[in-house]
Design a protein around this ligand. Structure first.
Ligand code: AMP
Length: 184
């Protein structure tokens, strides 16, 4: 059973890799960004709370995000493993994830860190053209990543496996699968 956190700056291809790995490993892909975007699309109360943060490239407050993840991880499909994409992004979120996993009596298999240089990241994001992918918002999201999220690499220590995320989708997913096999 495999329980993964995918980690890496916006634009590193986490979402694409998450989809491939989710299929290959038969575990649900849980993307907090996708959950927020679908709530925003459906204009749910959660979506209404989250929208201004996504638009600005800022993080949605931890309480809101943690509660959403707690509910999602309690669903039956997540009992057989999962792949978290875009969560945790702050130390308090990592603490809450630790509590949730302890309550469920399970542990993370690994934290896969997707590594890509900064110029390549901006280039990829501008190409992707999502609504929050204009240059100011991209730069803000990268800064938020450096400040709030990157410190989690130390937090997770030995759990972190670094994957070179430059190459074709298949090359990168093969590297990731090898790392997962070595860990689970
Ligand atoms: P993503 O699709 O992972 O790039 O996330 C898009 C946006 O959703 C981020 O810029 C944040 O505004 C919000 N978001 C996604 N995941 C989180 C999280 N773990 N904590 C706070 N905000 C998040």
């Amino acid at each position: 059973m495999v329980r993964l956190v995918l980690f890496g700056p916006p634009g590193a291809g986490k979402g694409t890799q998450a989809e491939v790995l989710s299929e290959r490993l038969s575990v649900p892909h849980i993307s907090t960004g996708d959950l927020f975007r679908s709530n925003i699309g459906n204009q749910t109360p959660l979506g209404v709370k989250a929208k201004s943060y996504l638009d600005a490239g800022e993080l949605v407050p931890d309480e809101v995000t943690n509660e959403m993840v707690r509910v999602r991880l309690a669903e039956p499909d997540a009992r057989e493993g999962f792949l978290l994409d875009g969560y945790p992004r702050t130390t308090p979120q990592a603490d809450v994830l630790g509590e949730i996993l302890a309550e469920l009596g399970v542990e993370l298999s690994a934290v896969l860190q997707f590594e890509v240089g900064e110029d390549e990241l901006v280039r990829r994001m501008l190409e992707r053209g999502r609504e929050d992918d204009n240059e100011d918002v991209i730069r803000r999201r990268l800064a938020v990543y450096r400040e709030e999220t990157e410190p989690l690499l130390d937090y997770y220590g030995d759990k972190v496996v670094t994957i070179d995320a430059v190459g074709t989708i298949e090359e990168i997913s093969e590297r990731a699968l090898q790392a997962v096999r070595a860990r689970s």
